[in-house]
Design a protein around this ligand. Structure first.
Ligand SMILES: [Zn+2]
Length: 402
């Protein structure tokens, strides 16, 4: 029950990040949670627990053995997604006995296995849910609670372990979590983010990612006398989009399949811009997709005139697999830790990025571990207490297993 109380305490601090705020952290709530975590770490006896000037929390759990062991890090993020309300969260623990689970009597909101089949494997467990009007914030407060529980256990048990370091980061959900992370100071041989979902998930492959845009320059003229003179930038932009492979979009791809995703468009007759994100796990296919994108612009320039289509692309992050492959022992360690906890590890490719991916490229190999939560970033987010406990046990097994 201690872990659940801990989790609910963190959930009660609203910490949605805010894209529009350039400060770090981007919201006051994150600072309040950071201060609470530092205080708790100090109280449990962690060494050097502190928050830096950017709101990152760091702490050390000293080794309790003379044996030479690697320094292992555990990382979770303090913010919650701004995509769904995270204010005034009314979390509740409910025994799930199958069928529809009532979340909110007044508004008659139910959590149903028809919408969320993951419920089927959680019959008989205690689910932590919301009242159906806000997110829960298990992403990533479950990760924080599990790491804190592990730290507390390590500091009060004789189970031998090497030096363990923990860090809690701000603003992961708005893509800034790794920006000001001090890898040097953290001083770990390798680390894990506890920021995944379903129990058993172990992730070390993510997308290669780029943002891209095409700006189209047309020519406006009175529509009454436009014949053979007008170039409508907006219809030209649609022509550009039609040159991209129609089946390589998020709504038609899964697993290792990459995509072009149109995320925004604005325009008038004179000028139009289309914004895209480009994703692929495979580096060669990723490069090919960017080539296809720029090629589409060149092809249409031949039709409409030089300079009518300007394409740009910027790489955002890369697949961490390349950085993890030389250190597969850290994946084996996590798999062994899961098996010891009675959990079957499942390696899944992430169809997105993680802070760990960026940290891996900053020199800290950093795969991602499950936290047990489901339906992230939405009102139907939930986490089974039993799975959360199992995840904390996995962290403990990793800490003591190297
Ligand atoms: Zn997360």
């Amino acid at each position: 029950m201690k872990l659940t109380e801990r989790f609910l305490r963190y959930v009660s601090c609203p910490t949605a990040s805010c894209e529009a705020n350039e400060a770090c952290p981007s919201s006051e709530g994150q600072l309040a949670l950071a201060k609470l975590l530092v205080m708790e770490l100090q109280e449990m006896g962690a060494k050097d627990a502190h928050m830096d000037e950017n709101g990152y929390v760091y702490a050390v759990i000293p080794a309790n053995t003379e044996e030479k062991k690697p320094v292992i890090g555990f990382i979770a993020h303090m913010d919650t997604s701004p995509d769904c309300s995270g204010e005034n969260i009314k979390a509740a623990v409910k025994l799930y006995e199958g069928g529809d689970l009532l979340l909110n009597e007044e508004e008659s909101i139910f959590l149903s296995p028809k919408d969320f089949p993951s419920l089927e494997r959680n019959i008989g467990k205690h689910l932590i849910v919301t009242d159906g009007t806000t997110l829960l914030g298990a992403d990533d407060k479950a990760g924080i609670a599990e790491i804190m529980e592990m730290a507390d256990t390590l500091l009060h048990s004789d189970r031998p372990h090497g030096e363990i370091r923990v860090a809690f980061t701000p603003d992961e959900e708005i893509g800034r979590g790794a920006d000001l992370f001090d890898v040097q100071k953290f001083g770990c041989d390798f680390a894990y983010t506890a920021d995944g979902g379903t129990l058993g998930e172990l992730e070390y492959e993510n997308f290669n990612a780029a943002s891209a845009a095409v700006t189209v320059y047309g020519t406006n003229i009175h529509p009454g006398s436009a014949k053979d003179k007008m170039k409508n930038a907006m219809t030209m932009a649609m022509e550009f989009n039609a040159l991209l492979p129609a089946d390589q979009v998020p709504e038609k791809t899964e697993g290792y399949e990459g995509f072009f995703h149109l995320v925004g468009m604005e325009g008038c007759v004179e000028t139009a811009t289309l914004h895209y994100i480009i994703r692929d796990h495979d580096m060669e296919k990723f490069e090919e997709k960017k080539r296809v994108f720029h090629e589409a612009g060149k092809t249409l320039c031949q039709k409409y005139g030089e300079g009518t289509f300007i394409t740009v692309s910027t790489d955002s992050y890369y697949n961490m697999k390349k950085q993890i492959l030389p250190h597969m022992e850290i994946i084996r360690l996590a798999e062994k830790a899961m098996e010891e906890a009675g959990v079957t590890p499942v390696t899944v490719p992430i169809r997105g990025g993680t802070d760990g991916a960026r940290l891996s490229f900053m020199g800290l190999p950093c795969p991602n571990l499950c936290t047990g939560g489901e339906n992230y970033h939405g009102r139907f987010e939930y986490i089974p207490v039993e799975d959360m406990e199992r995840c904390a046990e996995i962290l403990l097994n990793i800490a003591c297993g190297a």
